[in-house]
Design a protein around this ligand. Sequence first.
Ligand code: ADQ
Length: 441
Amino acid sequence: MTSTASFIVAANRLPVERRGDSWRVSPGGLVTALTPILAEHHGTWIGWAGTPGDAPEPFTTDSGISLAPIALDEDDYAEFYEGFSNATLWPLFHDLIVPPVYNAQWWKRFVTVNRRFAEKIARLAAPGATVWVQDYQLHLVPGMVKELRPDVTVGFFLHIPFPSPDLIAQLPWREELIRGLARADLVGFHTQRSARNFEDAALRFAGTTPHTVALPISIDTPKITSMARPGTIREKLGNPEHFLLGVDRLDYTKGILPRLLAVERCFERGILDPATTTFVQIATPSRERVEHYEKTRAEVEHHVSRINGLYGGLFRSVVVYVHRTVDAATLYHLYAAADTMLVTPFKDGMNLVAKEYVACHPDGSGALVLSEFAGAAEELTQAYICNPFDVESIAQAIAAAVSGEGDPRGRMLSMYQRVYAYDVHRWANDFLSALREARAC
Ligand code: ADQ
């Protein structure tokens, strides 16, 4: 491959999955939003193909996107990905829900892998190209690309929250991290609060004033709405009167445990009758070798089985727990069939599950219980908002949702209008317009 790409997306992962001997494009909002833009500009997506070892040869997808794989070996995976990205930055940026680990060897590896990405970008970018770097694993890439190729326009989008400068202060390599990011022509965040935190940190630790923008990511609303059909899911679950649903990566930030305890409290209080309620929790396996993930899984599974032991019947469970990924169609059918969606993260950049649920209820049916600490709560203000650190608050929000407090249909319709009007295509176009403006001034 030569320097011919006028538009490049760099992300930790390529949007592909291995199926036997071949690679398939994995569906997801970001891929959907960026595919037309990449196709129009003969764009290239740079990232890791998902298995440690040699990278596959570059290839082009059916939709015409060139994929340029980056190789990560076992040590890169352990130190760059599981270590610095997911045991240092992830907990630090999610307000220390678990303590971050500060390890100098992991940091060195993080610099090395970020440089590998930057060098690949510098090789592939056409003169004056636009590069859009995604997320916290590639924090240093904007600064490195600018060193190698000052002619290139670099945008960066952070998909997780940016914490207060007082928390960033803990990081032994805070100056380098912030300086690298601040060199981007534009840094995007989901919320104003994250953008402000980054501006404050850039001034404090790098003495610079970066260009930032707050643009909440969204979903492919028309596509999701068109796929949402409840089908026979409720019958298969034994026709419960109340069908509650949770869908998350199994991550300690997602607040699955307090959600379970809140459902249990609703049984204790008689708000929900365990004989006529089903709570389905789908939890995708995630980062399983990282210490706190294993612990979270053990806790969640302990309480699922305890609550089923206490409240389940001989022939039915009150909590149906699935520890695996489900395909998109099944997911949207579940959303459409569920009358109450529980989204209770302790901290979340946005949370697309909340928006996907809303997209599956264009007729105003359903109810959303949503944590005030999810970025989505800034837009989906009509949800039943709760504090996930307080089981009582979640239980009260569930009680309000299942009893249909305060015009439930009006709430859902107004949230649907929001996710319909502002979908992921608008998000991507708005970011790229803002990037062009930032570069021009
Ligand atoms: P995540 O932390 O992964 O993303 P989220 O926004 O909820 O969180 O996205 C998860 C996606 O995975 C959703 O599209 C959902 O449908 C899918 N998913 C989850 N569980 C699944 C399962 N069991 N089976 C199939 N699909 C499943 C990060 C940030 C978020 C931010 C996004 C996008 O942490 O805050 O919203 O990036 O910017």
